[in-house]
Design a protein around this ligand. Structure first.
Ligand code: ADP
Ligand code: MG
Length: 354
């Protein structure tokens, strides 16, 4: 298990507030054509170039949304960027900028912050995002990270949660459940480590799901994929909570019901074998887990042929006229109503990153 805190030593006070901001942000370049002025003044300046501006914030709190016992700080920095830009992508907009605010206690040395900002830097470079500001304050206890993501889109490109029509297809990108079952493995190994710190577990058989949990990616590719296929979703949301709560959001805001076909949900083999190992139904994990950062959207049924053979997407259900009534179909016969377990799990359970 990782314990960055003991390796590095420089206290933040050695830099002072001004010095630490300069130090942490010195390697960040400006890439976006929308950025006029980034870090360094009282506020950043953007040029929206006749586009609509989309803004979204996420907050991550230590021991609520992440556990530093098994989350490398660099991965945490990467993931906070993903959490931010995924919400912009879910509106079919292009994420361009982020602001990151950090509350940090003196138990974190400068080198720990360096690791977080390394992860932020890698993500910014990978996704062509500018870090254009933030705030740095001290916290009495845990580490707090806030990300505000900024995106731009033409008005007619934007896709809301509202807009699904009865009979529309319900589609998901990628596969689901990896992040949730990756978290189960990490939690189990953390407990084992506490009772025997000499354990060196071989986790290679879980590599895909651990990566889904620790280093998720944002589906910036989907906007162009859909554009190339001449497809415009009628509604869309990203899967940061469980699939159940995301479908219920679309249902609620679009005023439609949904029928979800359990056997069509795309699941990687590693999810299936790990779920079996833990004695958890993989579908339960998918409905109530989260953090896969895939996209869930609806399309008119007339678009079926354009999408049905595309390996990036799975048709997992359809919208119905039964307002706000979401049913899950198991096999041919069994039909169960879907409840907002994802949301309840988020309220009751720790470490579900929103
Ligand atoms: P002020 O005191 O006016 O709020 P600060 O000294 O906090 O200004 O910030 C100076 C500049 O550094 C601003 O551009 C601000 O957005 C940026 N900044 C501060 N903290 C961070 C951070 N953690 N990450 C990125 N930029 C930051
Ligand atoms: Mg400030």
């Amino acid at each position: 298990m990782i314990d960055d805190k003991n390796i590095f030593k420089t206290p933040i006070s050695e830099y002072g507030e001004f010095g630490i901001i300069k130090h942490l942000t010195k390697n960040f370049e400006i890439r976006s054509p929308f950025t006029v002025k980034g870090i360094g003044d009282d506020a950043s300046v953007s040029d929206p170039k006749n586009k609509k501006v989309l803004l979204s914030s996420d907050i991550l709190i230590e021991n609520v949304h992440f556990n530093l016992a098994y989350t490398p700080l660099k991965h945490l920095g990467y993931k906070v960027v993903i959490a931010g830009i995924s919400d912009i992508i879910a509106m079919n907009a292009s994420p361009q900028q982020i602001l990151i605010s950090i509350g940090v206690s003196n138990r974190f040395p400068v080198e720990a912050l360096d690791e977080i900002y390394k992860g932020i830097h890698i993500a910014c470079k990978h996704y062509n995002i500018d870090l254009i500001g933030g705030d740095t304050v001290s916290s009495n206890s845990g580490l707090v990270l806030n990300v505000t993501a900024v995106g731009f889109a033409d008005e007619n490109e934007i896709v809301y949660r509202k807009g699904a029509q009865p009979n529309d297809l319900l589609i998901v990108s990628g596969d689901l459940g990896g992040a949730y079952f990756g978290l189960q493995v990490l939690e189990r190994e953390n407990v084992a480590y506490k009772s025997n710190p000499n354990l060196q577990p071989d986790l290679s058989e879980y590599s895909y799901i651990l990566e889904r949990q620790l280093k998720p990616e944002a589906r910036t590719d989907i906007k162009n994929l859909l554009k190339d296929m001449d497809i415009h979703p009628t509604s869309m949301i990203d899967i940061s909570d469980g699939l159940a709560s995301e479908i219920l959001h679309l249902s609620d805001q679009s005023n439609v019901g949904f029928s979800l076909y359990e056997e069509k949900i795309p699941i990687d083999n590693q999810v299936i074998t790990t779920a079996e190992e833990f004695g958890i139904n993989p579908i339960t994990g998918i409905l109530n887990g989260g953090e896969d950062y895939e996209l869930l959207f609806t399309l008119p049924i007339t678009e079926t042929d354009k999408i049905k053979h595309n390996p990036n997407f799975s048709i997992i259900g359809h919208a119905t006229q039964e307002i706000k009534n979401v049913l899950i179909t198991k096999g041919n016969t069994q039909i169960i109503p879907l409840t907002a377990q994802g949301w309840e799990a988020y309220l009751n359970k720790k470490h579900t990153i929103k």
